[in-house]
Design a protein around this ligand. Structure first.
Ligand SMILES: Nc1nc2c(ncn2[C@@H]2O[C@H](COP(=O)(O)OP(=O)(O)OP(=O)(O)O)[C@@H](O)[C@H]2O)c(=O)[nH]1
Length: 355
């Protein structure tokens, strides 16, 4: 099934109180011309969205539907996101977009991998993008608390408390919300901390999560869109003249070890060897530590540019159907976001280049 006939899913993540429900309410009440189904895996308190939740007389959550004034349909879910999606699909004629609000502590990587796998199985849905809503007023404090806990507490606690960074690491779009509560200098500082973690994300500043919906819905972050990938990669190119430490956006005042790492290499790739190498990295060397990765590749004996997309150990290399220009230098360019990534280790074995 082509993506044009599939239903897009946007996953909304964010720490407790960041403004996710405010964002959902805003979307549902905007004039977007879509019929939107909403899946939430927790109870919330904001108006509009949670009114769709029905509690059965046994106290359990029951999935229910509700017509919104602008034609939206809302539902709430059981804890299992995928089951909810399956249930939703039985009512496919009723909607053409799905929003999933993950709980404050959800792992966006797990959910996006599940959706990605479904896509491979020719599922009628596809993952459009992951949006992280960040409370910029509390961000520094939340990050600081997480880092203090990292030094002192158990592994479980650490995993729990790195969730804020992980949400940012997995995001295609970050909404820096509550800008009414901070000044410009502070905001700039927060932005650069977010870019240190994930320099691929589009960052927008918002008040009450208000944003042009064209910037957040139907943006196809996971499709092999050459323009989008080139856009993601463009600002990394400028850093390439710097030393290797610059490839890894780890700055001395940056306390997280989740970073973005950029690698480039001129020439053509042996596709089989590249797949083998990447598999080794994501299944073995950096298992569960490489979260998200994208790339623009030049494959041996192919005229077209290829695009790499990956989450954890799930990845795809697909043609963009756009050829390299005759005068263009063929440069393979990759961006990885993950934990404790070592530039030299990753680059040392990476590219099997055809002379
Ligand atoms: N000052 C200010 N308050 C905001 C803004 N956006 C949301 N809020 C408020 O922040 C509180 C939390 O917003 P929610 O939308 O409920 O946040 P949430 O992420 O859904 O929260 P949880 O579901 O508890 O994780 C609410 O009282 C909102 O009214 C903003 O831009 N500025």
């Amino acid at each position: 099934m082509s993506r044009d006939n599939k239903i897009p899913i946007t996953l909304i993540t964010g720490f407790l109180g960041a403004g996710k429900s405010t964002f959902l309410s805003y979307i549902l009440n905007e004039n977007h011309g879509k019929k939107i189904a909403v899946i939430q895996n927790e109870f919330g308190e904001s108006i509009g969205v949670e009114t769709a939740i029905i509690v059965g007389d046994d106290g359990k959550k029951v999935q229910e539907w509700l017509e919104f004034p602008n034609g939206c349909i809302c539902c709430t879910s059981k804890d299992d996101f995928l089951q909810s999606i399956e249930d939703l699909l039985k009512r496919k004629d009723k909607f053409d977009y799905i929003l999933i609000e993950s709980t404050g502590m959800g792992d966006p990587g797990q959910i996006s991998t599940s959706l990605w796998v479904d896509e491979e199985l020719d599922s009628p849905v596809y993952l459009d993008s992951i949006i992280a809503v960040v409370d910029c007023f509390h961000f520094e404090k939340q990050l600081e608390n997480a880092n203090q806990l990292k030094m002192t507490n158990t592994i479980e606690k650490v995993k729990h408390d790195t969730e804020l960074e992980r949400q940012i690491a997995f995001a295609d779009v970050v909404l820096l919300n509550k800008i009414d509560l901070v000044d410009k200098t502070y905001l700039q500082n927060i932005k650069s901390k977010i870019l240190d973690i994930n320099s691929m994300a589009e960052i927008y500043t918002t008040e009450r999560s208000k944003i042009d919906l064209n910037k957040v819905l139907g943006i196809k972050s996971y499709t092999p869109n050459l323009e989008l990938i080139q856009n993601y990669l463009s600002h990394h190119k400028k850093q390439d003249s710097h030393n290797h430490n610059e490839h890894n956006h780890s700055h001395s005042n940056h306390s997280t070890n989740i970073t973005t790492l950029y690698i480039e290499q001129v020439g053509d790739l042996d596709e089989t060897e590249f797949n083998r190498w990447l598999g080794e990295m994501v299944y073995d060397t950096y298992k569960d530590k490489i979260y998200r990765y994208k790339g623009l590749l030049s494959i041996n004996n192919e005229n077209e540019k290829f695009i790499l997309q990956g989450v954890y150990s799930t990845f795809e290399v697909q043609s963009s159907h756009i050829a390299w220009n005759k005068n263009e230098e063929k440069i393979n360019r990759l961006v990885f976001i993950g934990e404790s990534l070592d530039y030299n280790q990753i680059k040392s074995k990476i590219f099997i280049i055809i002379k």
